[in-house]
Design a protein around this ligand. Structure first.
Ligand code: NAI
Length: 376
């Protein structure tokens, strides 16, 4: 049976990797961008990554000899025979809405339309789509050809059959799907780590702990330590994300003077050579520091678990198992919720109360269901 034709709109950071992922699993792919030089760059990057992928998975499954990708800057060519269209253009509501208004006139009537937005609500976006019952969010994680998880976000109009088809296509191609039951800011996985930014921001504002002394706790763990990660992602992006959550989730996400001052000075982290740290050859220059005795991993864990309880309360996810599934496949993290003991819970409550008192931030207070010892 021939595989569904996948059209990806936008061949940037995410779009080209989503295209590669589907082509690698045998789907014919159309990659469309309005900028021809981005298409050339995408082609170069896809061919490089394809060589690496072929070597890696040769033992697991036959990868085939060719990728069937058409690179095009002609919208009609990209959409004409599509079965699933995935939009991956910049995170600007008006741009996405304009695009949807023009493409819904062209796409085949059976085609499913999806957005890879990381923040905008499906309800809002579906207002610009002619057939909202065939529209949903498919949120991939970066790098999309490698990270297993895709969050599947229906709007209230999305048809169940459409969700089943989308899930089926993704799972057949090798992804793990997490169904977001309530379309809240950050969906599930990004939301779980979002309040860590309130903490890093508070540490920078308090000026009592050098970033190195906090990061020192995380140096031996997989993934980047929190302050290094902020610099790596870009302080401008970090502030932008905080402002989004400040507006749509809670005022506690307000970025402080330290970060806004850095943005004004254009010290944005790795990409400008200095941010929280100075950067040399893509690595941060850190002073030697011993791990701070009062603040560390247990506080970050407590913050994440607290946020997971909020996600369950808000009905974004329905079980602790789903929280762990998202963490495992979206962040390569170990489970957080499985087997939490009463003792561990008490420690988390203490950590959260400590953070709330020390930084005078109520958002850190433990959720009621956590303090009442209710199973999530
Ligand atoms: P990007 O800026 O790297 O790429 C966007 C591409 O869209 C550019 O190549 C641009 O030329 C193209 N484009 C703009 N308007 C277009 C139009 N009307 N038609 C066709 N192409 C158009 O952006 P990136 O980072 O790939 O983000 C894309 C989407 O994915 C955003 O919604 C973002 O929030 C989301 N996302 C990003 C992640 C990341 O780590 N970068 C992770 C998960 C989701």
């Amino acid at each position: 049976m021939s595989k569904e034709i996948i059209t990806v709109i936008g061949a940037g950071e995410m779009g080209h990797a989503i295209g590669l992922f589907f082509a690698f699993s045998g789907h014919p792919v159309r990659l469309f961008d309005i900028q021809p030089h981005i298409l050339e760059k995408a082609k170069e990057s896809i061919e490089k990554k394809w060589e690496v992928l072929k070597r890696k998975v040769r033992m697991e499954k036959p990868a085939g000899d060719t990728l069937h990708i058409v690179y095009t800057d002609k919208m009609e060519d990209a959409l004409r025979s599509a079965d699933l269209v995935i939009e991956a253009i910049p995170e600007v509501l008006e741009w996405k809405a304009d695009l949807f208004r023009s493409i819904t006139k062209i796409i085949p009537s059976h085609a499913i339309l999806a957005s890879n937005t990381s923040t905008i609500s499906m309800e809002t976006l579906s207002g610009s789509v002619k057939t909202p019952e065939k529209f949903l969010g498919l949120h991939f994680f970066n790098p999309a050809e490698k990270m297993k998880l895709v969050e599947l976000i229906p709007s209230s109009h999305t048809g169940t059959a459409v969700m089943d088809v989308a899930r089926h296509i993704l799972e057949n191609a090798g992804k793990k799907v997490l169904w977001i039951r309530n379309d809240r800011p950050g969906f599930a996985v990004n939301r779980m780590i979002a309040p860590t930014q309130i903490l890093t921001n508070a540490i920078l504002e308090e000026k009592m702990i050098p970033p190195e002394a906090f990061d020192a706790h995380f140096e031996k763990l997989p993934g980047m330590p929190p302050f290094e990660l902020l610099d790596y992602v870009g302080l401008d992006t970090a502030v932008h994300t905080m402002e989004y959550y400040q507006k749509h989730l809670d005022p506690a996400f307000v970025p402080g003077g330290y970060l806004t001052d850095k943005i004004q000075k254009h010290e944005l982290g790795r990409k400008t050579g200095s941010g929280i740290y100075r950067w040399e050859k893509d690595s941060p220059v850190k002073r030697d520091a011993s791990p701070d005795p009062d603040l560390g991993i247990r506080h970050v864990k407590a913050i994440m678990v607290n946020e997971a309880y909020r996600l369950l309360k808000e009905g974004v996810l329905v079980s602790p198992g789903e929280v762990d599934y998202g963490l495992q496949y979206g962040l390569n993290n170990r489970p957080l919720m499985k087997g939490i003991t009463q003792e561990a819970m008490q420690e988390m409550i203490q950590s959260l109360e400590y953070l709330a008192d020390r930084f005078r931030i109520e958002y850190f207070r433990p959720e009621k269901s956590l303090t009442n010892g209710i199973d999530p």
